[in-house]
Design a binder for this molecule. Structure first.
Ligand code: FAD
Length: 330
């Protein structure tokens, strides 16, 4: 029961009779956008029905050009206005609520990023819905799978809310690919939103290394590196193999590296093709952030360290001997 409909730009797309339709929030960054939106689009594609991407901010038109060429996107709503910059929740949630009404959306998705976690609870409150957070799978239009207890249990949750407000664990869905077609772009309607907070500034650690969230390889150091100077072995190995750098919370708390590198329950969640954990014991809170990595290598002097239970390859020994040896061999 698929009905073909013509979009205003002459693009054909399928509108399912299911009545489902999704909005996906795209956070803009300068003239680009946060790539987690591509994973959220993949999640939305698990449902039938059209997908409308919402791109907001003073450079929204630039980001919208790219989003319009993403597979599965049927329409892009462009809200080119500085009041949406930095994804301030008061304005962004008001915009998404207005679009939910005008588009008749049944589902609203955002990445489970800092912005998603900031905007979506407010939107859920405005829509009188219970937010469904950090999903890793979709079983049906009202049924979602999400990790709980730092990933130690997996809950399947079913909602009776009419509108589903959902944040997506980006590592659980592949990024949506580029399409040969271009979706239509429309201007967002004006909304009556009064920002109650003001964005002042951000201090972001600058690095030439691949970003942790998107790096295909990650080298992480733990408490065992012993000092900020000791952490140099982690950077050296990462640079040698073109990897991003991560750390355990113990290494961050001890001041060996910047806290933006923390991987785990209270840090970043990563799922690279290769994760090398060096001098990290494998506490559940650390595993919560990296256990979905495709290949895990652990270097630890304690053969009974819990990290070896999930490692594909384990090297037992002193990291200060093993890592330089490894560097010579790669
Ligand atoms: P340790 O547990 O001290 O392990 C060090 C390891 O290095 C040991 O296994 C040791 O055998 C090995 N070692 C020592 N010397 C050498 C050497 N020379 N060569 C090789 N190996 C050596 N942790 C996170 O990482 N991320 C989080 O997001 C996070 N969130 C948390 C949230 C909460 C609410 C709580 C309570 C804790 C959280 N933690 C988190 C902390 C977590 O419980 C652990 O304390 C932390 O992960 C331990 O870090 P570590 O493995 O570097 O240190």
């Amino acid at each position: 029961a698929v009905l073909k409909q013509r979009s205003t730009l002459g693009r054909f797309y399928a509108v399912q009779r299911s009545g489902l339709s999704s909005l996906v929030f795209v956070e803009t960054k300068g003239s680009g956008f946060e790539e987690g939106a591509l994973n959220a689009i993949s999640a939305a594609r698990k449902l039938s029905g059209p997908i409308t991407a919402v791109v907001a901010g003073s450079s929204a038109d630039a980001a919208a050009q790219t989003i319009a060429k993403v597979d599965g996107v049927s329409k892009v709503v462009v809200a080119k206005d500085a009041i949406f910059d930095h994804a301030l929740p008061e304005t962004t949630a008001a915009l998404l609520k207005a679009l939910q009404e005008s588009e008749g959306a049944t589902h609203i998705f955002a990445p489970h990023s800092a912005a998603g976690k900031n905007v979506m609870p407010r939107l859920a409150a405005l829509l009188d819905a219970q937010q469904i957070s950090d999903i890793i799978a979709i079983e049906g239009e009202d049924t979602f799978v999400r990790p709980v207890y730092a990933g130690n249990a997996i809950a399947t949750v079913k909602t009776s809310d009419k509108i589903k407000v959902v944040t997506v664990r980006t590592t659980a869905f592949p990024p949506a690919a580029e399409s040969v077609e271009t979706a239509e772009q429309v201007e967002a309607p004006a909304i009556d939103a009064k920002p109650m907070s003001k964005w002042v500034k951000e201090d972001v650690a600058k690095s030439d290394r691949p970003d942790l969230a998107s790096a295909k390889r990650v080298v992480s150091g733990g408490r065992a590196v012993k000092s900020a100077e000791g952490f140099k072995v982690i950077y050296d190995l990462a640079d040698k193999i073109g990897a991003g750098v991560g750390a355990s919370r113990a290494a961050v708390d001890a001041g060996y590296c910047d806290n933006s590198l923390q991987v785990g329950q209270t840090g970043r969640i990563v799922a690279p093709e290769l994760y090398i954990a060096i001098g990290i014991s494998g506490a559940i809170q650390h595993l919560a952030g990296m256990k979905d990595s495709k290949v895990i290598v652990a270097i630890n002097k304690d053969a009974d360290a819990p990290i070896f239970q999930i490692a594909d390859y384990g090297l037992v020994g002193d990291l200060f001997t093993i890592v330089p040896e490894l560097m010579e061999k790669v």
